[in-house]
Ligand binder design. Structure first.
Ligand SMILES: Cc1ncc(COP(=O)(O)O)c(C=O)c1O
Length: 399
């Protein structure tokens, strides 16, 4: 029997999807399940997005499109990033993909040879590790526990870059923690990056419009424009616009990197479909009231989740200021029992929570931090308080 490629031995299905699937299965069996698991925004884009898609359907050319993305889509993206202060980019600096995940995958192919090192902070978004493993890169992880607010320090970055990795991968605001680096923190990290000219910098900032408490977004290039030729900025429609299934992601960075992504696109996806592209342009250029309103709702939900996290004894939970995740450290409960069942780690905790209380959360080990779990709080508002109350009840029952 022929064998699969060796790389498939390293490829894993997403841990997050496994929890979501188990929650779905229990729901189908008639259980009352509240899901805080998958990171979907749970809202739909404005009507103008659907109108643009319908119009594109009427005018469909039926042809292949640009590997990089249509000029109109690239221009819409460029105008969009100018609004957040990212200037000095042209179409040649940009490329599109089937979601940010696909862009990151392409970047891994474009920047990492087998055995090259990629370094990134922990907790990390699950797919970073999975993608690095598929391309057979070495991974250098930088632990950033709750005690340091899940944020990397300049000294940690300095020590990691001194080992000369090929790529440094950063994520701000963060999935899974929701933490946001302040302007001063980004600048301090950018100063370290300046010292290491041989490392590419990928900054996955797909939650850049989902900030709370009046916080302003900033990134390495904005802090230190000299980094322009090494930083690759990643964006996506998925979360901000409630369009995860439409699959549109972007990058802006050095010309050579954008060109490499376009070449890779030419060898697998060819192009983003015309109708999706029209919807994406409408989302980026049209009224922004839906994303703005949703962001305000997420901030209120963040407050609701934090009020409960702060009230549960033993939980350590840095206060997120962006995205739609909360990442409590629950390790104080490890070694306790629920009824006759011992909860010895995050996976046990999440399994028991799902089985006994019908609440689905993702174990922190999916993000490299086994002391925590992730709550994604985009569920319908009426489910939030009961879901949180069940977590509180569950913790109280652990003895
Ligand atoms: C940090 C981060 N980057 C990238 C992605 C992928 O986004 P997309 O839907 O655009 O592929 C996600 C999705 O959860 C994410 O949380």
């Amino acid at each position: 029997m022929p064998q699969l490629a060796r790389r498939m031995g390293r490829a894993k299905p997403s841990a997050i999807m496994q929890v979501a699937d188990k929650a779905k299965r229990l729901k189908a069996e008639g259980r009352d399940i509240i899901s805080f698991s998958i990171g979907v925004p749970n809202f739909l884009p404005g009507e103008h997005v659907y109108a643009a898609a319908r119009e594109a359907l009427e005018k469909d050319s039926g042809q292949y499109g640009s590997n990089r993305g249509s000029d109109a889509l690239l221009d819409a993206f460029l105008a969009h990033i100018e609004q957040i202060g990212l200037t000095g980019y042209g179409r040649v600096n940009c490329a599109t993909g089937i979601g940010a995940k696909h862009i990151i995958y392409n970047l891994a192919e474009a920047l990492l040879d087998e055995g090259d090192t990629i370094t990134f902070p922990v907790p990390y978004w699950t797919s970073y590790l999975d993608i690095a493993e598929i391309v057979n890169a070495k991974v250098d992880l930088l632990p950033c526990p709750a005690s340091q607010d899940y944020k990397m320090t300049p000294a940690q970055l300095d020590a990691a870059l001194a080992k000369k990795p090929k790529v440094f991968l950063f994520n701000n605001p963060s999935n899974p923690t929701g933490m946001v680096y302040t302007k001063a923190e980004v600048t301090a990290l950018a100063d370290v990056l300046m010292k290491y000219p041989d490392t590419w910098i990928i900054t996955d900032d797909i939650y850049n419009r989902m900030l709370f408490d009046g916080l302003e977004y900033t990134n390495f290039v904005m802090a230190r424009p000299e980094l322009h030729d090494r930083v690759i900025f990643i964006d996506s429609l998925s979360k901000t616009y409630g369009m995860p299934g439409w699959r549109v992601g972007f990058m802006a960075g050095p010309e050579s990197v954008a060109q490499a992504v376009a070449v890779l696109n030419s060898n697998h996806i060819t192009n983003i479909p015309e109708i999706v592209s029209a919807a994406a342009i409408a989302a980026l250029c049209g009224p922004q009231d839906v994303p703005t309103q949703k962001n305000a709702e997420f901030q209120a939900k963040r407050d609701q989740v934090m009020a409960v996290m702060d009230a549960i004894p033993g939980i350590v939970c840095p206060r997120p200021q962006g995205a739609f995740y909360v990442f409590p450290d629950i390790s104080a409960y490890f070694g306790k029992s629920h009824g006759d069942t011992l909860v010895s780690n995050d996976v046990d905790f999440c399994n028991m929570l799902l089985e006994t209380k019908g609440v689905a959360c993702v174990p922190g080990s999916a993000f490299g931090e086994p002391r925590a779990l992730r709550i994604s709080y985009t569920c319908p508002t009426p489910q939030l308080a009961p879901g949180l109350a069940r977590i509180q009840e569950f913790c109280a029952e652990l003895k």
